[in-house]
Design a protein around this ligand. Structure first.
Ligand code: LP5
Ligand code: MN
Length: 257
């Protein structure tokens, strides 16, 4: 069952100038030491584009892997410090992805961000908007959905987080290998969203616009009844983001024409 809670529309800043009304959405950076270009581009994005925005929504898979808030994760310290600094001027919201679903309250406090349920619904201008990571929409990927049910169970998470960090690392590495091997054999369509699931989810949530990531297939898809599905892209390593400004969405991704 989908759970969601309404998110209050960010309060307009006093004497706000047009630039300050911008809202940004990103996902799927998969930050990792093996991809230093993405980290550098993200740090630059934080200092430039995001600092001028009013809100930044991070819709999951910011990290390639997050094994628990007790992980010192030195490789992420520059990004976490930069995000904390950003939070002083820009509201930060974070939704779990399938790789960083173990981000918890401790990290949220360190960075000064608010954790969001998947899905989250809120009003943006005149539209009702739903935010999701996107993995729930891939309903044909039955093996993945079963796996997701298991690892999103609070009891399973408690057990996993109680294991020593080295053991968690070994399990995650084995899982990444297994997932990589399985994905080679899965059909492309299975790893995309199921259109009926999208339609039904939007109907259940009563929204006009659905914004999600996960599939790494960026684009703006017009749907029946003037509705829209907006898919965020991954970083490659150039930034990929969605901007909402003056009532209009713009998807900035060099691979989208
Ligand atoms: O993110 P992406 O696009 O690469 O792949 C997803 C699905 N894969 C995953 C797994 C992650 O890629 C691996 C890293 C996660 C680290 C999490 C940290 C916590 C560790 C938890 C340890 C148990 O999400 C992939 C989808 C694809 O998107 C498209 O939607 O197909 O799903 C899979 O490949 C999963 C398999 O289908 C099912 C795997 C079952 C494994 C069950 C054993 C669990 C224990 C593992 C220990 C060896
Ligand atoms: Mn994902």
């Amino acid at each position: 069952m989908c759970r969601w809670k309404p998110l209050p529309l960010p309060v307009p800043l006093e004497n706000s100038v047009p630039e300050l009304s911008e809202i940004l959405f990103i996902s799927d950076l998969h930050l990792h030491q093996s991809q230093p270009g993405i980290t550098e581009n993200f740090l630059n994005f934080i200092e430039t584009r995001a600092r001028r925005a009013r809100v930044l929504y991070i819709l999951g898979d910011l990290f390639e892997v997050w094994l628990g808030d007790d992980d010192p994760a030195q490789e992420y310290s520059r990004v976490l410090d930069a995000l904390h600094h950003l939070s002083l001027s820009t509201e930060l919201y974070f939704m779990h992805g399938n790789r960083d679903f173990l981000v918890g309250e401790q990290l949220a406090r360190r960075v000064n961000l608010t954790l969001l349920e998947d899905p989250t619904v809120f009003q943006l201008g005149s539209a009702q908007v739903a935010l999701m990571h996107g993995d729930l929409l891939c309903s044909d990927d039955v093996d993945y959905q079963n796996f997701r049910k298991l690892v999103r169970d609070p009891e399973w998470q408690q057990n996993f987080l109680a294991k020593p960090l080295t053991e968690r690392q070994a399990i995650a590495n084995a899982l990444r290998e297994k997932s990589g091997a399985e994905m080679q054999h899965k059909k492309n369509a299975i790893m995309d969203v199921n259109p009926q699931t999208v339609e039904q989810t939007m109907k259940n949530l009563n929204v006009d616009i659905l914004i999600h990531g996960h599939t790494h297939r960026p684009g703006i898809q017009p749907l029946a009844e003037n509705k829209q599905r907006i898919t965020l892209g991954d970083w490659h390593p150039e930034p990929s983001y969605l901007s909402w400004n003056n009532g209009e969405f713009t998807l900035v991704d060099s691979r989208v024409v």
